[in-house]
Write a protein that binds this ligand. Structure first.
Ligand SMILES: Nc1ncnc2c1ncn2[C@@H]1O[C@H](COP(=O)(O)OP(=O)(O)OP(=O)(O)O)[C@@H](O)[C@H]1O
Length: 588
């Protein structure tokens, strides 16, 4: 089995996983080495037992050799216990570490890297890849290692008994080598195909389950079921092909082994009849040859075993190599000095694109002073949420800078930086936990604060009516509550956090008119000391804010107070009129 450079790098990284457990690996190897040494002695003792004990009618020697054999066997089995205990430990700890690292990495990965993949795909890929890589420490890998030791010992044993018979055994090796190489190549191709199909299927499955509402609405169920069956059939076909290849491997191994045995019996019997070999030696030879031929397959199969592991490991390491966010003091540099002081946010000529093809923001510059409430308006796709994504450091500007009190936000410790900002958007995620947990997000807050925040968001009456009140579980992503209730819970979450900067991205989009009026009043008055960035087209909110930034195709075309913009900016005026018409139509 030939490995290319990329495969070799992957194998190196797999082996590197064992570095923290080098003592355990050494202990396993030492136990194996001693066991192999003992295995070497057992056929010789059996030979003596037969030739000098049984065939020579020497009862005393027969008992001595029997006991010696038994003692060696007990030592070998005792070592087996130590080896198994440590091997099982590695077998558990390596997949656990791989899963833990992947989980950590997923949570800390850059948004850009996460965007390419859907969650179901990630879960399926990681689960499967970790399982495959974990097989590196199952019994078959260690069996290969112990087989190598046994093979060397067995080969010496064979030579010591008869070199001519040894030659017969060794001649068979190249045949087996050619076969294993061919089979491994085929198996690798099939397995790579299987991984790809499995990945595509997981992506399709996740996408379908997430879009179940649309599927019902548009009557797509039959098409999706058809695709499911097609995907599963392809996977079943590949599985059958892989099973057949495995069987071919087993078949060739069994047949070649039997051929070797038959040759030894025929040749060996001839030598016994010629008196150049004793019966004990013949049986010892047969045992030694099983030490040599068994491992020949196993050793040549090293590549065959790696064939399944390498594609999974490659995919796992590729995933782990995706860029992560700069968590940790050493990377996120200094603690933010102006934590208790006022905050001033400055965008300095910020440009950005998600992909090389399309520029999303073009030299955007503005400033938000302490306590200011600034609104961003613009058509769909003009880049409003992108401005927020950059502020949250989900993405980095392609050029230009965002400053907080004159400091580049990238030089502030990320965890500390994000704790200064609370966000409420229209697609906030609610965890499958109680309303209380969703509001506090596991931070320690007294009940009074929770009740106050809940009242300010106008969701207090709704919660009081629930059978389990604050302990009511909202269901996966808040399926048990309405869109408006969900947004109110998210707003309460932001209020509890008490951070200096509040970001409201269409935060009241799902509110009814009464709740919206109450929350707008609250935003205007109670949050007067907070710095807020608001994405909204609602005049009721826009007239409260200090200034409105008008965005068009990623560029700022105007900045001013709502009333001034209504007078001087035609595009803004049209936007407001359109909103009023939309509201009137909704009221009808
Ligand atoms: N993750 C992404 N990868 C690639 N392109 C993206 C991504 N997110 C947004 N875009 C593109 O960037 C542009 C600006 O998107 P953005 O969400 O900032 O606009 P917006 O003004 O907030 O729009 P809306 O009013 O519809 O929410 C759009 O053309 C959008 O397709």
């Amino acid at each position: 089995m030939k490995f290319n450079n990329e495969d070799k790098k992957v194998i190196k990284r797999i082996l590197y996983l064992f570095k923290p457990y080098i003592k355990k690996v050494t202990l396993i190897l030492v136990c194996m080495l001693i066991s192999a040494g003992i295995s070497m002695m057992i056929p010789r003792i059996s030979q003596q037992l037969m030739d000098r004990g049984l065939l020579a009618h020497n009862y005393k020697l027969l008992i001595i050799f029997t006991l010696a054999g038994l003692a060696l066997l007990l030592i070998e089995q005792g070592l087996g216990f130590i080896e198994t205990k440590n091997r099982i430990y590695l077998n558990s700890i390596i997949p656990y570490t791989l899963s833990k690292n992947a989980f950590k990495h997923t949570l800390r990965m850059k948004m850009q890297s996460l965007n390419d993949t859907n969650t179901a795909e990630i879960m399926s890929t990681i689960g499967m890849d970790v399982g495959n890589i974990g097989r590196i420490c199952d019994s078959s890998t260690f069996y290969i290692l112990s087989s190598i030791f046994k093979m060397v010992g067995g080969f010496i044993g064979l030579l010591l008994i008869d070199w001519r018979l040894t030659l017969m055994v060794v001649v068979i090796v190249p045949f087996r080598y050619i076969l294993v190489k061919y089979i491994a190549k085929k198996r690798k191709q099939l397995f790579e195909e299987y991984l790809k199909l499995n990945k595509d299927f997981a992506a399709f499955y996740g996408d379908t389950v997430s879009g179940v509402k649309e599927i019902k609405l548009w009557g797509l169920d039959r098409i999706k079921i058809g695709k499911f069956i097609k995907g599963q059939r392809e996977l079943i076909n590949i599985n059958i092909k892989m099973g057949l290849i495995d069987k071919l491997n087993e078949f060739s191994e069994t047949v070649l082994f039997q051929v070797i045995m038959d040759v030894i019996y025929i040749m060996g019997a001839y030598l016994v009849f010629q008196n150049s070999l004793t019966i004990g030696e013949l049986f010892a030879f047969i045992t030694y040859s099983s030490y040599v031929t068994g491992p020949i397959s196993a050793i040549l199969n090293i590549g065959y075993n790696f064939v399944n592991i390498i594609p999974s490991a490659k995919r796992y390491f590729d995933y782990m190599d995706r860029e992560g966010e700069p968590y940790g003091r050493n990377r996120g540099t200094e603690s933010f000095a102006g934590k208790d002081s006022e905050v001033v946010i400055t965008y300095e000529d910020v440009s950005f694109s998600y992909t090389n093809e399309k520029q999303i923001l073009d030299k955007v510059s503005f400033e938000i002073r302490e306590g200011e409430k600034v609104a961003i308006v613009g058509a769909n796709g003009s880049g409003k949420s992108t401005i927020i994504n950059l502020l949250l450091r989900f993405y980095q500007p392609t050029s230009g800078k965002i400053l907080l009190n004159g400091i580049d936000i990238n030089s502030i410790d990320l965890r500390e930086y994000r704790s200064m900002i609370s966000v409420v958007s229209q697609d906030m995620y609610l965890f499958n936990a109680s309303i209380k947990e969703n509001i506090t997000l596991n931070t320690k807050t007294n009940e009074l604060n929770i009740h106050k925040a809940v009242k300010e968001c106008g969701i207090d009456k709704f919660i009081e009516k629930l059978p389990e009140k604050y302990e009511t579980v909202v269901g996966k992503n808040g399926t048990g509550v309405s869109g408006g209730e969900k947004q109110k819970i998210a707003l309460a979450r932001a209020i509890i956090r008490a951070s200096k900067i509040l970001v409201l991205d269409e935060a009241t989009a799902n509110y009814d008119m009464e709740s919206e009026a109450a929350v707008n009043k609250f935003i205007g008055k109670e949050l007067s000391r907070k710095t807020a960035i608001i994405i909204s087209h609602k005049p009721d909110i826009l007239k409260y804010v200090s200034k409105v930034i008008v965005l068009e195709n990623g560029s700022i075309v105007d900045i001013g107070k709502h009333n001034d913009l209504c007078m001087r900016n035609e595009q803004y005026k049209k936007m407001m009129e359109a909103h009023e018409t939309f509201k009137d139509n909704q009221a009808i």
